[in-house]
Design a protein around this ligand. Structure first.
Ligand code: MG
Length: 248
C-alpha cells in the first residue's frame, strides 16, 4: 500500500530528511584518502546522534553500519570496516536518519582526491539522471516515467542501470511501496499522487548492469568489477511539483 502524507506529516518528515542530508554532506567533507570506511561510519553515527536522531540503517535487517560505504566496484550496501580509502577511489555514501517517527534516505558518490575522467563521467551521468528523474516526479505521472528517464539518460551515455535493486517509498518505514525502478516504460506503473514520498536512487554501472552479492550477504559488486555510482534523494510529490526533502 502506498502511504499518502498530509502537510503536517510532510513537515515532520522534512526534519528527518534534513538531518539525513546534513549527515551525507558531512560524510563528503570528512572522507579522505587514508581513512577507513569504519572511521567514516563512526563519525557519521556520532553526527546523526548529536542531532537527536538515529541512523536508519544501523541494525536494519542486521546491517552492522550506520551508513553504507561502497567503494569503486561496490554498487551498494558496502559494510563499513577496515578498508582504507585511496586517492582516485570513488566512495558512495548511502545514509538515512530516523527522527520524530520518519526516515530520510539519500546517497551521493564522492571522489576521493583526484579521480579518473571515466569515473567523473560516470558520477556526472548518475547525478544528472537523478535530477532528470526528479523532474518526472509530478502528480499524474507514473512510476515508469521516472525509471524510463533514468534508463534513457544513462544508456545514451554508454552506462547501464542496475536492475536487481530499486528505489522505494519512504516514510514511517525506511522501505515502503511503491518500488521505484531505474528502468521501465514511460506511462506504466502506479500513478504519482500528491503526498507520496519516494526515494529515487539511480545505481549506474560503467559496464554490465549485472551485480553480485558477496559472501557477507550485503556487499553488492558489479559482476565485471567495473565502477558503479549511486545518487539518491527523498522526494515528495506535491500539487506544486516535486520537492526534494533531503536538502541540508
Ligand atoms: Mg534508499
Amino acid at each position: 500500500m502506498i502511504s499518502i502524507k498530509n502537510s503536517r506529516e510532510l513537515t515532520a518528515m522534512r526534519d528527518a530528511c534534513r538531518i539525513s542530508a546534513q549527515a551525507l554532506q558531512y560524510a563528503g567533507e570528512i572522507a579522505k584518502a587514508g581513512m577507513t570506511t569504519g572511521e567514516i561510519d563512526y563519525l557519521i553515527r556520532k553526527f546523526i546522534e548529536k542531532q537527536g536522531a538515529k541512523p536508519s540503517f544501523l541494525g536494519y535487517g542486521g546491517f552492522p553500519g550506520s551508513a553504507c560505504l561502497s567503494v569503486n566496484d561496490v554498487v551498494i550496501h558496502g559494510i563499513p570496516g577496515k578498508r582504507v580509502l585511496k586517492d582516485g577511489d570513488i566512495l558512495s555514501v548511502d545514509v538515512g536518519a530516523f527522527y520524530n517517527g520518519y526516515h530520510g534516505d539519500n546517497a551521493y558518490t564522492f571522489p576521493i582526491g583526484q579521480v579518473s575522467e571515466d569515473a567523473k563521467k560516470l558520477m556526472d551521468a548518475t547525478r544528472e539522471s537523478l535530477a532528470k528523474a526528479i523532474e518526472q516526479a509530478v502528480a499524474g505521472n507514473r512510476i515508469g516515467d521516472i525509471g524510463s528517464t533514468v534508463q534513457g539518460y544513462v544508456e545514451e551515455r554508454g552506462f547501464s542501470v542496475v536492475r536487481q535493486f530499486v528505489g522505494h517509498g519512504v516514510g514511517t518505514n525506511l522501505h515502503e511501496d511503491p518500488s521505484v525502478p531505474n528502468f521501465g516504460t514511460a506511462g506504466r506503473g502506479p500513478r504519482l499522487l500528491p503526498g507520496m514520498t519516494i526515494a529515487i536512487e539511480p545505481m549506474v554501472n560503467q559496464g554490465t548492469p549485472d551485480v553480485e552479492i558477496l559472501a557477507d550477504g550485503w556487499t553488492t559488486v558489479t559482476k565485471d568489477r567495473k565502477l558503479s555510482a549511486h545518487f539518491e534523494h527523498t522526494v515528495a510529490i506535491t500539487t506544486d511539483g516535486p520537492v526534494i526533502l533531503t536538502l541540508p
